[in-house]
Ligand binder design. Structure first.
Ligand SMILES: NC(=O)c1ccc[n+]([C@@H]2O[C@H](COP(=O)([O-])OP(=O)(O)OC[C@H]3O[C@@H](n4cnc5c(N)ncnc54)[C@H](O)[C@@H]3O)[C@@H](O)[C@H]2O)c1
Length: 272
Protein backbone atom coordinates (compact mmCIF):
# COMPACT_ATOMS: atom_id res chain seq x y z
CA UNK A 1 0.00 0.00 0.00
CA UNK A 2 1.33 3.49 -0.71
CA UNK A 3 0.61 7.04 0.43
CA UNK A 4 -2.95 8.09 -0.31
CA UNK A 5 -4.55 4.65 -0.06
CA UNK A 6 -4.46 3.64 3.61
CA UNK A 7 -6.50 4.32 6.73
CA UNK A 8 -3.93 6.94 7.84
CA UNK A 9 -4.18 8.90 4.62
CA UNK A 10 -3.71 12.62 5.39
CA UNK A 11 -2.29 11.98 8.87
CA UNK A 12 1.05 13.18 10.14
CA UNK A 13 3.28 11.10 12.43
CA UNK A 14 6.57 11.60 14.21
CA UNK A 15 8.59 8.49 15.12
CA UNK A 16 11.72 8.82 17.24
CA UNK A 17 14.63 6.37 17.08
CA UNK A 18 13.45 5.41 13.61
CA UNK A 19 16.74 4.62 11.85
CA UNK A 20 16.46 0.90 12.61
CA UNK A 21 14.77 -1.75 14.73
CA UNK A 22 11.28 -1.16 16.05
CA UNK A 23 11.23 2.54 15.16
CA UNK A 24 11.99 1.82 11.50
CA UNK A 25 9.22 -0.83 11.45
CA UNK A 26 6.74 1.64 12.99
CA UNK A 27 7.66 4.28 10.40
CA UNK A 28 7.34 1.82 7.50
CA UNK A 29 3.96 0.55 8.70
CA UNK A 30 2.55 4.06 9.22
CA UNK A 31 3.76 5.25 5.82
CA UNK A 32 2.34 2.15 4.14
CA UNK A 33 -1.06 3.17 5.54
CA UNK A 34 -0.76 6.63 4.04
CA UNK A 35 0.64 8.73 6.89
CA UNK A 36 3.30 11.34 6.24
CA UNK A 37 6.03 10.19 8.60
CA UNK A 38 8.87 12.21 10.07
CA UNK A 39 11.65 9.95 11.31
CA UNK A 40 14.31 11.15 13.72
CA UNK A 41 17.36 9.42 15.13
CA UNK A 42 20.89 10.19 16.28
CA UNK A 43 22.11 7.87 13.51
CA UNK A 44 22.52 9.38 10.03
CA UNK A 45 21.22 6.03 8.70
CA UNK A 46 17.77 7.44 9.44
CA UNK A 47 17.97 9.05 5.99
CA UNK A 48 18.39 5.60 4.39
CA UNK A 49 15.31 4.33 6.24
CA UNK A 50 13.26 7.31 5.04
CA UNK A 51 14.61 6.93 1.49
CA UNK A 52 13.53 3.27 1.44
CA UNK A 53 10.02 4.31 2.54
CA UNK A 54 9.88 6.92 -0.23
CA UNK A 55 11.09 4.33 -2.74
CA UNK A 56 8.06 2.22 -1.73
CA UNK A 57 5.76 5.15 -2.46
CA UNK A 58 5.44 6.45 1.11
CA UNK A 59 5.85 10.00 2.37
CA UNK A 60 8.82 10.21 4.75
CA UNK A 61 11.19 12.87 5.99
CA UNK A 62 14.35 12.13 7.97
CA UNK A 63 16.09 14.24 10.59
CA UNK A 64 19.22 13.57 12.57
CA UNK A 65 18.06 14.65 16.02
CA UNK A 66 18.92 13.66 19.57
CA UNK A 67 15.74 13.44 21.67
CA UNK A 68 17.68 14.38 24.80
CA UNK A 69 18.44 17.79 23.28
CA UNK A 70 15.62 20.30 23.70
CA UNK A 71 16.50 22.32 20.58
CA UNK A 72 16.67 19.13 18.48
CA UNK A 73 13.27 18.04 19.82
CA UNK A 74 11.74 21.38 18.91
CA UNK A 75 13.30 21.17 15.42
CA UNK A 76 11.99 17.63 14.90
CA UNK A 77 8.45 18.51 15.96
CA UNK A 78 8.43 21.66 13.82
CA UNK A 79 9.64 19.61 10.84
CA UNK A 80 6.90 17.00 11.38
CA UNK A 81 4.22 19.69 11.63
CA UNK A 82 5.55 21.34 8.50
CA UNK A 83 5.79 18.07 6.54
CA UNK A 84 2.35 16.80 7.49
CA UNK A 85 0.44 20.08 7.88
CA UNK A 86 0.01 19.37 11.62
CA UNK A 87 0.53 16.37 13.86
CA UNK A 88 -1.71 13.38 14.62
CA UNK A 89 0.67 10.86 16.18
CA UNK A 90 3.83 10.78 18.27
CA UNK A 91 5.62 7.46 18.69
CA UNK A 92 8.06 7.92 21.57
CA UNK A 93 10.30 5.01 20.58
CA UNK A 94 13.93 6.17 20.95
CA UNK A 95 15.50 4.15 23.72
CA UNK A 96 18.80 2.98 25.11
CA UNK A 97 19.89 0.08 27.28
CA UNK A 98 22.98 -0.54 29.34
CA UNK A 99 23.92 -2.84 32.19
CA UNK A 100 23.74 -0.99 35.51
CA UNK A 101 24.00 -3.32 38.52
CA UNK A 102 23.38 -1.62 41.85
CA UNK A 103 26.84 -2.74 42.95
CA UNK A 104 28.44 -0.39 40.39
CA UNK A 105 30.23 2.66 41.72
CA UNK A 106 28.73 6.14 41.89
CA UNK A 107 30.56 7.52 38.87
CA UNK A 108 29.28 4.78 36.57
CA UNK A 109 25.79 5.00 38.04
CA UNK A 110 25.56 8.73 37.34
CA UNK A 111 26.93 8.40 33.85
CA UNK A 112 24.47 5.52 33.20
CA UNK A 113 21.69 7.78 34.52
CA UNK A 114 22.52 10.39 31.87
CA UNK A 115 22.88 7.78 29.12
CA UNK A 116 19.56 6.08 29.86
CA UNK A 117 17.32 8.69 31.44
CA UNK A 118 18.14 11.58 29.10
CA UNK A 119 16.82 9.54 26.19
CA UNK A 120 14.28 7.09 27.62
CA UNK A 121 12.60 9.52 30.01
CA UNK A 122 13.62 13.17 29.54
CA UNK A 123 13.43 12.75 25.77
CA UNK A 124 9.94 11.27 25.97
CA UNK A 125 8.87 14.03 28.35
CA UNK A 126 10.13 16.79 26.03
CA UNK A 127 8.57 15.17 22.97
CA UNK A 128 5.28 15.09 24.82
CA UNK A 129 5.50 18.74 25.80
CA UNK A 130 6.41 19.75 22.25
CA UNK A 131 3.77 17.62 20.51
CA UNK A 132 0.74 18.00 22.77
CA UNK A 133 -0.22 21.54 21.64
CA UNK A 134 -0.21 20.32 18.02
CA UNK A 135 -2.29 17.23 18.83
CA UNK A 136 -4.82 19.38 20.70
CA UNK A 137 -4.91 21.87 17.82
CA UNK A 138 -5.79 18.96 15.52
CA UNK A 139 -8.76 18.09 17.76
CA UNK A 140 -7.25 14.80 18.90
CA UNK A 141 -4.64 12.20 18.09
CA UNK A 142 -2.38 9.62 19.64
CA UNK A 143 0.76 9.32 21.69
CA UNK A 144 2.31 5.87 21.83
CA UNK A 145 5.15 5.36 24.28
CA UNK A 146 7.42 2.41 23.63
CA UNK A 147 8.02 0.69 26.94
CA UNK A 148 8.81 -2.94 27.79
CA UNK A 149 7.09 -5.96 29.32
CA UNK A 150 9.21 -5.29 32.44
CA UNK A 151 6.46 -2.89 33.59
CA UNK A 152 3.70 -5.51 33.37
CA UNK A 153 3.36 -7.25 36.75
CA UNK A 154 0.62 -9.46 35.35
CA UNK A 155 3.40 -11.83 34.33
CA UNK A 156 6.30 -11.45 36.65
CA UNK A 157 8.67 -14.17 35.47
CA UNK A 158 11.77 -12.73 33.88
CA UNK A 159 10.88 -9.08 34.31
CA UNK A 160 13.09 -6.36 35.77
CA UNK A 161 16.38 -8.24 35.53
CA UNK A 162 18.62 -7.29 38.46
CA UNK A 163 21.51 -5.98 36.36
CA UNK A 164 19.58 -3.23 34.60
CA UNK A 165 18.03 -1.11 37.32
CA UNK A 166 18.16 2.16 35.35
CA UNK A 167 16.70 0.78 32.13
CA UNK A 168 13.85 -0.80 34.11
CA UNK A 169 13.36 2.41 36.10
CA UNK A 170 13.26 4.50 32.91
CA UNK A 171 10.38 2.41 31.60
CA UNK A 172 8.51 2.54 34.92
CA UNK A 173 8.97 6.31 34.71
CA UNK A 174 7.52 6.28 31.21
CA UNK A 175 4.58 4.42 32.69
CA UNK A 176 3.86 7.52 34.78
CA UNK A 177 3.77 9.69 31.68
CA UNK A 178 1.46 7.28 29.88
CA UNK A 179 -1.02 7.17 32.76
CA UNK A 180 -1.00 10.89 33.61
CA UNK A 181 -1.12 12.04 30.00
CA UNK A 182 -3.95 9.66 29.13
CA UNK A 183 -6.09 11.16 31.89
CA UNK A 184 -5.14 14.78 31.23
CA UNK A 185 -5.59 14.58 27.47
CA UNK A 186 -8.80 12.55 27.27
CA UNK A 187 -10.90 15.72 27.11
CA UNK A 188 -8.88 16.78 24.06
CA UNK A 189 -9.42 13.51 22.24
CA UNK A 190 -5.76 12.55 22.56
CA UNK A 191 -5.27 8.87 23.39
CA UNK A 192 -2.06 7.83 25.15
CA UNK A 193 -0.99 4.19 25.31
CA UNK A 194 2.21 2.20 25.63
CA UNK A 195 3.50 -0.79 23.73
CA UNK A 196 5.22 -3.14 26.18
CA UNK A 197 6.98 -5.87 24.29
CA UNK A 198 9.26 -8.73 25.20
CA UNK A 199 12.27 -9.78 23.13
CA UNK A 200 11.93 -8.42 19.63
CA UNK A 201 14.52 -8.86 16.90
CA UNK A 202 16.26 -5.48 16.70
CA UNK A 203 19.88 -4.27 16.84
CA UNK A 204 19.61 -3.35 20.55
CA UNK A 205 18.79 -6.95 21.51
CA UNK A 206 21.30 -8.46 19.07
CA UNK A 207 23.93 -6.15 20.60
CA UNK A 208 23.62 -7.97 23.93
CA UNK A 209 25.34 -10.98 22.36
CA UNK A 210 28.97 -11.27 21.42
CA UNK A 211 28.80 -12.22 17.75
CA UNK A 212 25.62 -13.71 16.36
CA UNK A 213 22.85 -14.57 18.83
CA UNK A 214 21.87 -18.27 18.91
CA UNK A 215 19.55 -19.17 16.05
CA UNK A 216 16.97 -20.74 18.40
CA UNK A 217 16.75 -17.50 20.39
CA UNK A 218 16.30 -15.42 17.24
CA UNK A 219 13.65 -17.82 15.98
CA UNK A 220 11.66 -17.34 19.19
CA UNK A 221 11.90 -13.53 19.26
CA UNK A 222 9.06 -11.42 17.98
CA UNK A 223 9.53 -9.43 14.79
CA UNK A 224 9.37 -5.62 14.72
CA UNK A 225 6.65 -5.90 12.06
CA UNK A 226 4.43 -7.77 14.52
CA UNK A 227 4.71 -4.96 17.05
CA UNK A 228 4.10 -2.44 14.26
CA UNK A 229 0.91 -4.40 13.54
CA UNK A 230 -0.18 -3.82 17.15
CA UNK A 231 0.48 -0.11 16.68
CA UNK A 232 -1.75 -0.03 13.59
CA UNK A 233 -4.50 -1.94 15.41
CA UNK A 234 -4.31 0.59 18.25
CA UNK A 235 -4.74 3.44 15.76
CA UNK A 236 -7.52 1.64 13.89
CA UNK A 237 -9.64 1.82 17.05
CA UNK A 238 -10.12 5.53 16.30
CA UNK A 239 -11.01 8.38 18.68
CA UNK A 240 -13.20 6.18 20.91
CA UNK A 241 -10.47 3.59 21.34
CA UNK A 242 -8.60 2.62 24.50
CA UNK A 243 -6.38 5.05 26.34
CA UNK A 244 -4.01 4.67 29.29
CA UNK A 245 -3.27 1.07 28.44
CA UNK A 246 0.02 -0.82 28.59
CA UNK A 247 -0.38 -3.17 25.65
CA UNK A 248 1.71 -6.30 26.21
CA UNK A 249 3.43 -8.57 23.70
CA UNK A 250 5.06 -11.74 24.95
CA UNK A 251 7.38 -14.17 23.19
CA UNK A 252 5.55 -17.38 22.35
CA UNK A 253 2.09 -15.81 22.46
CA UNK A 254 -0.03 -14.25 19.72
CA UNK A 255 0.96 -10.62 19.18
CA UNK A 256 -2.38 -8.89 19.28
CA UNK A 257 -4.11 -5.91 20.83
CA UNK A 258 -6.65 -7.97 22.73
CA UNK A 259 -9.89 -6.65 24.18
CA UNK A 260 -10.05 -3.34 26.06
CA UNK A 261 -9.42 -3.88 29.75
CA UNK A 262 -10.66 -2.29 32.95
CA UNK A 263 -8.26 0.33 34.38
CA UNK A 264 -6.14 -1.77 36.72
CA UNK A 265 -5.70 -4.59 34.22
CA UNK A 266 -4.97 -2.06 31.50
CA UNK A 267 -1.93 -0.93 33.47
CA UNK A 268 -0.72 -4.31 34.73
CA UNK A 269 -0.96 -6.02 31.35
CA UNK A 270 -3.32 -8.77 32.47
CA UNK A 271 -4.84 -10.83 29.69
CA UNK A 272 -8.16 -12.63 29.49
N1 LIG B 1 13.97 -4.99 20.93
C1 LIG B 1 13.47 -5.38 22.09
O1 LIG B 1 13.51 -6.58 22.44
C2 LIG B 1 12.78 -4.39 22.98
C3 LIG B 1 12.05 -4.90 24.08
C4 LIG B 1 11.40 -4.00 24.93
C5 LIG B 1 11.44 -2.65 24.66
N2 LIG B 1 12.17 -2.18 23.58
C6 LIG B 1 12.16 -0.73 23.35
O2 LIG B 1 11.89 -0.48 21.99
C7 LIG B 1 12.46 0.77 21.61
C8 LIG B 1 13.24 0.57 20.33
O3 LIG B 1 14.29 -0.33 20.61
P1 LIG B 1 14.98 -1.28 19.52
O4 LIG B 1 14.99 -2.63 20.13
O5 LIG B 1 14.40 -1.07 18.18
O6 LIG B 1 16.46 -0.70 19.66
P2 LIG B 1 17.50 -0.18 18.58
O7 LIG B 1 18.73 0.17 19.33
O8 LIG B 1 17.60 -1.14 17.49
O9 LIG B 1 16.78 1.15 18.07
C9 LIG B 1 16.68 2.29 18.89
C10 LIG B 1 16.93 3.51 18.03
O10 LIG B 1 16.87 4.66 18.89
C11 LIG B 1 17.93 5.52 18.51
N3 LIG B 1 18.26 6.42 19.61
C12 LIG B 1 18.88 6.11 20.79
N4 LIG B 1 19.05 7.20 21.53
C13 LIG B 1 18.51 8.24 20.83
C14 LIG B 1 18.39 9.62 21.07
N5 LIG B 1 18.86 10.18 22.20
N6 LIG B 1 17.79 10.39 20.15
C15 LIG B 1 17.32 9.84 19.00
N7 LIG B 1 17.43 8.54 18.70
C16 LIG B 1 18.02 7.75 19.61
C17 LIG B 1 19.07 4.58 18.15
O11 LIG B 1 20.07 5.24 17.38
C18 LIG B 1 18.34 3.49 17.40
O12 LIG B 1 18.26 3.76 16.03
C19 LIG B 1 13.32 1.22 22.80
O13 LIG B 1 12.62 2.21 23.53
C20 LIG B 1 13.48 -0.05 23.61
O14 LIG B 1 13.69 0.23 24.98
C21 LIG B 1 12.82 -3.03 22.75
Amino acid sequence: MSAGTGFLDGQSALVTGAARGLGAAFARALAAEGATVTLCDVLPAVEDTAAAIRADGGAALALVADVSDRAAVERAVAAAVDAGGGLDLLVNNAGRWTRSPVTDGWEKALSDWDFIMDTNFRGALMLGRACVPHLIARGGGNIVNVSTYYVLPAKSAGTNPPGTDLYAASKWALNGLTQAWSLALAEHGVRVNALCMGATDAPMLRGLYEGEPPAEAVAAWMRPEQIAGQLLDLLREGPEGRTGENVGAWVGEPVELGPRKPPHEAISGARE
